[in-house]
Design a protein around this ligand. Structure first.
Ligand code: AMP
Length: 120
């Protein structure tokens, strides 16, 4: 899938749109979700232009994937979520409900998050 360099998160990475950053290093940016679904709702993204988890898993190496997810865990701990627990959500493509075509992990916490999926 071709990466759309005008997606919202690409624009945040270029500094064209504001974001409430909670963590940043050379490879990763984390910022508050604009429409939080929990007391803590942070999005974590690799800075490199991957469309989705499918793209990330195919195109990056195990070291890059490993460092990314280790960083996600460290951010959650820094946010004070590790003791009570939290949820990670990674939506992929149409059936996954992915709206922004730059891979992002949702960190949700600060209260019990509830059922894993809504049944219907
Ligand atoms: P997804 O459905 O997994 O693609 O999630 C996209 C998320 O991006 C949603 O939770 C939105 O609220 C969030 N979002 C959209 N625009 C912005 C923005 N400008 N800053 C922060 N979060 C955003």
């Amino acid at each position: 899938m071709v990466y759309d360099s005008n997606n919202i998160f690409a624009r945040i990475l270029r500094g064209e749109l504001p974001a409430k950053k909670v963590y940043e290093d050379d490879a990763v940016l984390a910022f508050n979700d604009i429409a939080p679904k929990a007391p803590v709702h942070v999005l974590v993204i690799p800075k490199k232009p991957y469309v989705s988890m499918d793209d990330f898993a195919r195109e990056s190496g195990p070291e890059e994937v490993g460092v990314f997810f280790k960083t996600v865990g460290e951010i959650a701990r820094k946010l004070g979520l590790a003791d009570n627990g939290y949820r990670l959500i990674l939506n992929i493509g149409g059936h996954g409900g992915q709206e922004v075509p730059h891979i992002h992990v949702h960190i949700l916490g600060g209260r019990p998050i509830g059922p894993m999926v809504v049944e219907r």
